[in-house]
Design a protein around this ligand. Structure first.
Ligand code: DGJ
Length: 737
C-alpha cells in the first residue's frame, strides 16, 4: 500500500479531520487512498463522518486528486444512494447492510462513524490499514482491516466487531467486506459466477446485473461449495476478455456457509457485500469479546481476466498455500483401481507398480480402517480409525516400510470430520455428532458430521492425524476428504447458542488444521471434498493442493481445470490420470500434466507402449514442472469458444515454456487451422520448439523443419500445434537457446 500523507503522521489524511481532532470548527473530509502497484481503493468521510468507498480502480497518477472524486458523485448520492464502507442497518443507511445487530437493550439501529485509522508495514510488499468506526450512541465498534499486497495488487479485507454494552449483543449479519463500485460504467456490471454439483464442479455463467439484489450463497455447512462458489468476477462495462477489460475478482476465505450480495442501486452503483452467511446464524457477542470475520480476497485488473488471475495465482503461491514455491509429489492412487477391495498382497503389487511407473508416492485411499464395522463400503466404519485387521494384519507401518523398500513414499486417505452410524465412535459418543435430538437422522453418503464446535471433537480429529504421523513418522502425504453436508444442524455442546453452529464448526476445523500445521508444517495435504466441494483459500492456507473434481474424464477436466485456474495456481490442482472418459492415455496424461500430476489406473492393464509413454511423460514433466508449478499461466484459446483449447505456462525468467493443446470438439474437420499466438515470452529470445509426449511410433506434428523462432514471432504470428482428430492433444515445449 502506498499512501499520500503527511510524513509525520502514520495516518493517511489528505484533508485531516476526524473525531480525533475534535474541537475544530468545521470538520473536513478524511481521504484514505489504499494503493497497490496498479490499483487504488479510496475511502472518504462525508459531512456526517460516515466513511464511504468512493473509488476502486486503476490508481491515479496524481494521488492528490483522490480527494476530489466524491464531488463528482454528490448529486447522485444525495438522491438516496449511499456507499458506506460497511453499511449498518436501522439508521440512515437504507441499502443492503453489511452489519445488522440487536443491541443489549433490544434496539436494532446501528450508526457507524469514522474515528481514526492507522497504516502499518508488515513487509516491503505488505501493508495493513485499520479503520476504526464507532456508534455515537451505543458503545459498539467495528474495525475494518485492509491487508494489501502491493506487487500482486491483492487485498484481503475483514472486520473485527466489539462492544461494551451492558449485556449480550446479537450480530444478525456480519459481513467481511462491503465494496462499492461506482456507476460510471455505461455498459453496466457483468457477474461471472460458478455453480455445480458432484462431478460437475465450477460451471460458469456470466450475465449483466440488473437492479436490485443478486445473491450467491451456501447453506450446506460443510462441503459448502458443492452447489455454488463464493468466488466470482465482476467485469465493468462489458465482460472482460482474457487480455482486455476492467475486472474485479473476489472470493471469501471461508470453508462454510457464505453469502455474497450484489446490489445495483438507482444510480447504477454496485455494492458487493461478502461474508459468512447469516442464515440461521445470529451470533451472540459478550461485552469486550472480539468477533473476527473471515477475509474477503479481491484483486482488480484493467487488463482482463488473464492478468487478474495471474495476480491471484502469484499471491497464492507467495502468501497463502502451504509451500507455494516448493515442490510436490507425483503419485499413484488406488481409489479407482480397487475401491474398497484390497489387501496387503494387492497393495504390495501396487507399490511395485508405483516404482515401475516412476512416480514419487503411493496413496492408499478409503477402506483401510474399521473392525467392528469394517469399511468395505461407504456405509460403515467412518470414525473408527484403526487398521482393518483382515485387510491389513500388519498395519499401516508395514506398508510404509514396504513402500520404502520399493523406493517410493507412502500417503493415506482420511475423512476425520465424519462418522457412520455404523461405527464404534457413533455408539461411544452420540453427543459428538451433529443431529437434532428429536428428529430422524438424515444422511448424506450414509454418514453424519462430527461437531467440531466441541473442543473434545477437535482433539479427536487432531488425534486422527497426529496418531498416524506418530505411529508412522515416514508417512509422507495425507488426502483429507469431506463427503457430507450438515443436515439437522444441532450441537449438544453449544446448548443455548445453537445459531453459532455453522460458524463455530468452521473455526473448530481451522483450529484443528492450525494444530496440524504447527506440528507438521510442510507435509503435503490434499484438500478433497467428495470432489471439489471445499476449494477455498480459508482451507487452502493449510493445504498444499486440492482435488478439483471426481470427474477425471479428461475432456471434462479441460473445462474444470480451466475455470479453477482463474483463482488457483496449477501447483495446487491435483490431476489424476484415470479410466474415466474415452480419450487415449496420451490425452489423459497431457491434461493431467496441466497441474500436479498423479495416476489412478491399473498399471498392469497398460500396454507396453502405454506404459513407456507414461514413463517418458513423467520424465518430460520433471523438466517442465518448474514452469507449470511456479511460472505464469496464459490462456491462449478457450475450450468454450474453440475446437482446440490452448494453455501455456512460462517460467519466471522466460527461458522455458510449455503449450498444451486439446481437441475439445471432435466433429468433422475440427482442429487448429491457423497458428495460435503465444503469450508471456521474451520477444528478443530465440526459442526452440519441440513436441513432447509423443506416443511411441508416431512422428512429431511439427515435422522436420527448423523449429526455432523468436519470442516476437511466436507472440505475433504464433505456431500451429496441428491438433485435430488424428492428434487430439499436442504438447509443445519451448526452450530459449
Ligand atoms: C471422495 C473422493 O473425492 C474420492 O477421490 C475418494 O477419495 C472417495 N471419496 C473415497 O471414499
Amino acid at each position: 500500500m502506498r499512501t499520500t500523507q503527511n510524513k509525520t503522521l502514520p495516518l493517511v489524511l489528505l484533508f485531516a479531520g476526524s473525531m480525533l481532532f475534535a474541537g475544530r470548527a468545521a470538520a473536513q473530509d478524511v481521504t484514505i487512498p489504499v494503493e497497490t502497484q496498479h490499483n487504488a481503493i479510496v475511502l472518504q468521510t462525508d459531512a456526517e463522518k460516515h466513511l464511504n468507498m468512493v473509488y476502486l480502480g486503476t490508481k491515479l497518477a496524481n494521488s492528490a486528486e483522490y480527494a476530489r472524486i466524491s464531488k463528482m458523485y454528490r448529486q447522485a448520492d444525495d438522491s438516496g444512494v449511499q456507499n458506506d464502507v460497511y453499511t449498518p442497518s436501522g439508521s440512515a443507511s437504507l441499502g443492503e447492510p453489511a452489519i445488522t445487530v440487536t443491541h443489549a437493550d433490544g434496539n436494532k439501529s446501528l450508526n457507524l462513524v469514522y474515528v481514526n485509522h492507522t497504516v502499518s508495514k508488515v513487509s516491503d510488499d505488505v501493508s495493513l490499514l485499520v479503520v476504526t468506526m464507532k456508534d455515537p450512541v451505543y458503545d459498539f465498534e467495528v474495525k475494518l482491516y485492509y491487508k494489501t499486497y502491493y506487487k500482486e495488487d491483492v487485498t484481503e479485507q475483514w472486520s473485527v466487531i466489539k462492544h461494551n454494552e451492558k449485556g449480550v449483543v446479537t450480530l444478525n449479519k456480519y459481513a467481511s467486506a462491503n465494496l462499492n463500485l461506482k456507476g460510471n460504467t455505461p455498459g453496466g456490471f457483468w457477474l461471472k459466477q460458478y455453480h455445480g454439483n458432484w462431478a460437475m464442479e465450477v460451471q460458469p455463467e456470466e450475465a449483466r446485473l440488473t437492479h436490485g439484489i443478486k445473491t450467491i450463497d451456501s447453506k450446506l455447512g460443510t462441503r459448502a461449495n458443492l452447489y455454488e462458489h463464493s468466488m466470482f468476477a465482476i467485469s465493468m462495462d462489458k465482460p472482460a476478455t482474457e487480455d482486455e477489460g476492467k475486472v474485479l475478482y473476489g472470493a471469501l476465505e471461508w470453508s462454510g456457509n457464505f453469502r455474497v450480495d450484489f446490489e445495483l442501486d438507482v444510480a447504477n452503483n454496485l455494492k458487493i457485500i461478502a461474508g459468512i452467511n447469516n442464515a440461521a446464524s445470529e451470533y451472540h457477542l459478550k461485552p469486550g469479546v472480539e468477533f473476527t470475520t473471515p477475509a474477503f480476497l479481491y484483486t482488480y485488473s484493467d487488463h482482463g481476466k488473464g492478468d487478474a488471475s495471474r495476480k491471484l495465482q502469484s499471491w497464492a503461491r507467495q502468501y497463502k498455500i502451504v509451500d507455494g514455491n516448493g515442490s510436490r509429489l507425483t503419485l499413484l492412487n488406488n481409489w479407482e483401481s480397487t475401491y474398497f477391495d484390497f489387501n496387503e498382497s494387492k497393495l504390495a503389487g501396487l507399490l511395485k507398480d508405483t516404482k515401475k511407473l516412476g512416480v514419487d508416492l503411493f496413496l492408499l485411499d478409503d477402506g483401510w480402517f474399521g473392525n467392528n464395522h469394517p469399511r468395505n463400503g461407504d456405509n460403515a466404519g467412518l470414525g473408527d480409525w484403526q487398521e482393518n485387521k483382515q485387510k491389513l494384519p500388519n498395519g499401516i507401518s508395514s506398508l510404509v516400510k514396504e513402500a520404502q523398500a520399493n523406493g517410493v513414499k507412502f500417503g493415506i486417505w482420511i475423512e476425520p470430520e465424519m462418522v457412520n452410524p455404523a461405527s464404534d465412535l457413533y455408539k461411544a459418543h452420540p453427543d459428538w455428532v451433529i443431529k437434532q435430538p428429536n428428529r430422524p437422522e438424515k444422511y448424506f453418503r450414509n454418514q453424519l458430521v462430527l461437531d467440531l464446535a466441541n473442543p473434545k471433537v477437535q482433539d479427536f480429529v487432531f488425534g486422527v492425524v497426529d496418531n498416524l504421523f506418530t505411529k508412522n513418522p515416514d508417512l509422507a502425504y495425507i488426502k483429507w476428504d469431506c463427503n457430507a453436508v450438515i443436515y439437522n444442524a444441532y450441537s449438544a455442546y453449544l446448548k443455548k447458542d445453537q445459531s453459532h453452529i455453522y460458524v463455530d464448526y468452521v473455526n473448530g476445523l481451522y483450529n484443528v488444521l492450525k494444530r496440524v500445521r504447527a506440528k507438521y508444517p510442510k507435509v503435503p495435504l490434499m484438500l478433497c471434498s467428495g470432489g471439489g466441494g471445499r476449494v477455498d483459500y480459508g482451507a487452502l492456507q493449510y493445504f498444499t493442493e486440492y482435488w478439483p473434481s471426481d470427474n477425471t474424464d479428461p475432456l471434462e477436466r479441460v473445462f474444470i481445470q480451466w475455470e479453477y485456474s482463474f483463482f488457483y495456481p496449477a501447483i495446487t490442482s491435483s490431476n489424476h490420470v484415470t479410466d474415466w472418459g474415452k480419450q487415449p492415455i496420451k490425452y489423459r496424461v497431457d491434461v493431467a500434466m496441466m497441474g500436479k500430476l498423479g495416476f489412478d489406473i491399473v498399471i498392469g492393464k497398460l500396454s507396453e507402449d502405454e506404459l513407456a509413454f507414461c514413463q517418458s511423460a513423467l520424465k518430460n514433466y520433471d523438466g517442465l514442472k518448474d514452469a507449470i508449478w511456479h511460472g505464469d499461466q496464459y490462456r491462449l484459446a478457450s475450450p468454450w469458444d474453440n475446437d482446440v483449447a490452448s494453455i501455456m505456462y512460462v517460467n519466471t525468467d522466460k527461458s522455458k515454456a510449455v503449450m498444451f493443446n486439446y481437441l475439445v470438439n471432435n466433429r468433422y474437420g475440427s482442429g487448429t487451422k491457423v497458428p495460435v499466438r503465444l503469450k508471456g515470452l521474451d520477444p528478443n529470445k530465440k526459442y526452440r520448439v519441440k513436441e513432447i509426449n509423443i506416443f511411441p511410433g508416431r512422428g512429431s506434428v511439427l515435422g522436420n523443419d527448423d523449429q526455432t523462432f523468436t519470442g516476437d514471432f511466436l507472440m505475433n504470428v504464433g505456431i500451429n500445434p496441428k491438433t485435430n482428430a488424428s492428434h487430439t492433444s499436442v504438447v509443445l515445449q519451448l526452450e530459449a537457446i
